[in-house]
Design a protein around this ligand. Structure first.
Ligand code: ADP
Ligand code: ZN
Length: 732
């Protein structure tokens, strides 16, 4: 749709970045009367369509634009939203460059709420004010009760608060009891009350908080690793830095690895600051997203709590980022633009000149190394808060235990559970395996049931009566006969999943109230409710996957039983030991956070493994030191760099041909080694064949330039996809 065609002299050409995988910004002409500046959100024609983009650069055409300005199409509209800050634009360019992706692909992550760019649409609210209705039903009474505060509420808010349908509310509007009133379009975010729920810090906490406050006061870039045992009060401490930042008139972003953690956390922030913070993750509803986006862009929202995607909100005035549980691999985005939110948070801080706090009881080896070498401020909390003490950790040597076939709890663990239940304590049994059994096998012919589209076994989910692929979601009904030999009733479940463990628990402790926390059984609100119930002591035994390992505070929990302490060790990737250590430490750390001391029993076939002995001895440094030495020896991260090139395609022959060309195109250098091509450990996912190259180099090598040069040397066929993963965490 072309509008007026402005005259040809002295026209301004603008570069507009569009949220698509295009090689650069596109040129448009600025129509007369429009005054564009970098950062303006604009609508522009793109082929036959219209697209929303951001002005990246403004130049007068004297600079010799490549295309005749008269051939350029004009910008159609400029949106009233505050322009994207220069910092944010630099951040987008930086992330694109670092992750070897296109700026448009990064911009796409920033333009997820296009409604927020226009003028807010106003809404009507209703307030109690008119005469009482003639007929007061119980439902109407509830609505009137909620409207009794004489504030104006939207129809849907009132209905939700009162637990009635909107027609009940509308009935009261018609009766003239509720009076209409123009609402401000979005409920504003209240200023946090910095003194509201402040706690009295211990001496050690006070010292730590002081260090973080000093970083905030310095108003320059710095990174602190807030390194404290589970339950030491890391959250209370960094909330002091949050308060100092808000007091200085700046915004704070607190990143959490898991949406399931947010409800408990938001409630805690509300207690501390007297008002709920802005919340940002995939489960937030569209209208609320719009509210948050606007409040972040205007600077009104001072505290934002979010998942990794919150990094791409256009903060007007950022002053601090906290990355809680910084070691969590959930911070790595594995598809689209592949990035690590912790690392990008640090980049954001360095571009914006503000501090970043990383909090963990089990830091990543990367952050640990930076802390002990002095690149990061190392802020340490050694003791649990108050009377709580760290749990005692005891290994159970499974080579000496032989639970009867089809059961998984050893005698010592069984005894400890019984004892704990008798003392009215809560028990957590940790098994990081969803479903009933990880493998289904035919007793007659030995056939193992695999996914038709992936190179993976199907996992039995007995509650759903299905065999499910954990990689692509493929699901079949559980067959009654072996698909290979056709014999009936010969299929057996091998190994435990949480559902099977639950059967054993039900049989052994029929009186105990039990709940399973596994991502395929509880999600969203259900999960948040379950977490609350556990914290309130409504369950005696919790069976959980890694969902329960993270950050939860269950005061009544006194026994943790790790059913299979060796699971994570067998997957062979470079971080296997590190991750197993972290998860065992975190999951053990759920025990004894209240007034009663806790313990953790770990069933393992490798009780002499260095990570188990470090755990038992409570000597984290011993493990980290050994692990760092091993990485140094092998020149693996954090003592070297890695990048993965994952190439996938549905057509095997096209893929093979491309792989051969790619292998020949490796740029010559002595500073990096290219390993592969090798079939990725999961060589087939969703019917696409996958092959991986691994680039290994010294720490100071420019991995991005190497990858770009490599890919520039080959044409990628349409059916083939290449993705670059800088600093890979997943090797599947
Ligand atoms: P972490 O983040 O290190 O696991 P938290 O900050 O969650 O530890 O603290 C653990 C528990 O102890 C929480 O319930 C917290 O409110 C409480 N707590 C920590 N420090 C204090 C303090 N100084 N005063 C009162 N309660 C505290
Ligand atoms: Zn599959």
């Amino acid at each position: 749709m072309r509008r007026d065609s402005p005259n040809s002299d002295g026209r301004t050409v603008v570069q507009v970045l569009l949220p698509y995988a295009l090689s650069g910004a596109y040129s448009y002409v600025q129509p007369q009367g429009m005054d564009l500046e970098p950062g303006h959100y604009v609508r522009v024609p793109l082929g036959p369509r219209q697209a929303v983009g951001v002005v990246w650069d403004v130049a007068n055409d004297e600079g010799g634009a490549e295309i005749e300005p008269s051939k350029l199409r004009p910008v159609a509209e400029v949106y009233p939203a505050p322009p994207m800050p220069a910092l944010h634009r630099r951040f987008i360019d930086w992330v694109a460059n670092y992750s070897v992706s296109l700026p448009g692909s990064v911009l796409r992550m920033c333009l997820r709420v296009p409604e927020a760019l226009g003028h807010p649409k106003s809404a009507t609210g209703y307030r109690r004010g008119g005469p009482e209705p003639k007929r007061v039903t119980p439902q109407r009474a509830r609505v009137l009760d909620c409207a009794d505060d004489h504030l104006a509420w939207s129809v849907s808010d009132l209905a939700e608060m009162a637990g009635v349908t909107t027609s009940v509310v509308r009935g009261l509007v018609q009766a003239g009891t509720l009076l209409p009133e123009q609402l401000p379009p979005f409920r504003p975010f209240a200023k946090p009350d910095l003194a509201a729920g402040a706690v009295k810090l211990s001496g050690e906490q006070q010292k730590a908080a002081q260090m973080l406050r000093a970083m905030v006061a310095a108003r320059t870039f710095s990174v602190a690793l807030l390194d404290g045992v589970t339950g030491s009060g890391k959250t209370e401490v960094y909330l002091e830095a949050v308060a100092a930042t808000v007091a200085a008139g700046k915004q704070v972003l607190i990143l959490l690895p898991e949406i399931a953690l947010t409800a408990q956390f938001l409630a805690r922030i509300e207690v501390r600051f007297g008002t709920a913070p802005a919340e940002w993750h995939s489960a937030v509803r569209p209208r609320e997203r719009e509210r948050v986006w606007r409040a972040v862009a205007s600077g009104e929202a001072s505290i934002v709590v979010g998942a990794r995607s919150a990094l791409f909100l256009p903060f007007a005035n950022p002053g601090l980022i906290v990355v809680d549980e910084e070691h969590e691999t959930a911070y790595k985005q594995e598809d689209g633009v592949i990035y690590h939110a912790r690392d990008m948070a640090i980049v954001y801080g360095s571009l914006g000149g503000f501090p970043v706090v990383l909090a963990s009881a089990t830091p990543s080896l990367e952050s640990y190394q930076n802390a002990i070498t002095g690149r990061y401020e190392h802020v340490i909390l050694r003791a649990r808060h108050g009377a709580a003490v760290l749990p005692e950790i005891v290994p159970i040597d499974m080579r000496a235990e032989h639970p009867p076939a089809g059961t998984w709890l050893s005698e010592p663990l069984h005894a400890a559970i019984t004892e704990t239940l008798e003392a009215r304590g809560q028990v957590l049994l940790y098994l990081n395996r969803r479903g009933y059994a990880p493998l289904t096998l035919c007793r007659t012919c030995g056939h193992r049931i695999e996914c038709p589209d992936c190179e993976a076994w199907l996992v039995e989910h007995r509650f759903r009566r299905q065999l499910v692929c954990h990689h692509c979601g493929h699901a079949d009904a559980i067959p009654t006969e072996c698909p290979a030999c056709g014999n009936e009733n010969t299929l057996v479940a091998c190994g435990p999943g949480v559902e099977r463990l639950a059967d054993e628990v039900k049989e052994k402790y029929p009186q105990a109230r039990m709940v399973i926390l596994s991502s395929d059984l509880v999600r969203g609100q259900g999960l948040r409710d379950a977490v609350h119930e556990i914290a309130d002591g409504k369950h005696d035994i919790v069976i959980g996957t890694q969902l329960v390992a993270k950050g939860h505070h269950f005061p009544g929990l006194t026994l943790v039983g790790v059913v299979d302490g060796d699971i994570g060790l067998n997957n062979g990737d470079l971080r296997a030991a590190e991750r197993t250590f972290q998860v065992l430490c975190q999951v053990s750390g759920r025990a004894g956070r209240g007034s009663v001391a806790g313990r953790a029993l770990i069933q393992t076939y490798r009780p002499d493994h260095e990570l188990i002995s470090a755990l038992v001895a409570g000597d984290r440094e011993q493990f980290y030191t050994q692990e760092l030495a091993a990485r140094e020896n092998a020149k693996l991260p954090p003592c070297g760099r890695l990048a993965s090139l994952i190439v996938s395609g549905a057509k095997q022959n096209v893929l093979n041909d491309f792989i051969r060309r790619l292998a020949r195109a490796v740029p010559a250098t002595e500073l990096a080694t290219v390993l592969g091509p090798a079939p990725a450990p999961l060589a087939l996912i969703r019917g696409r064949h996958r092959v991986r190259f691994l680039v290994k180099s010294a720490k100071d090598f420019n991995m991005q330039n190497f990858c770009r040069a490599w890919l520039a040397g080959v044409d990628v066929p349409a059916s083939v996809r290449v993705s670059v993963d800088i600093d890979p965490y997943s090797f599947m």
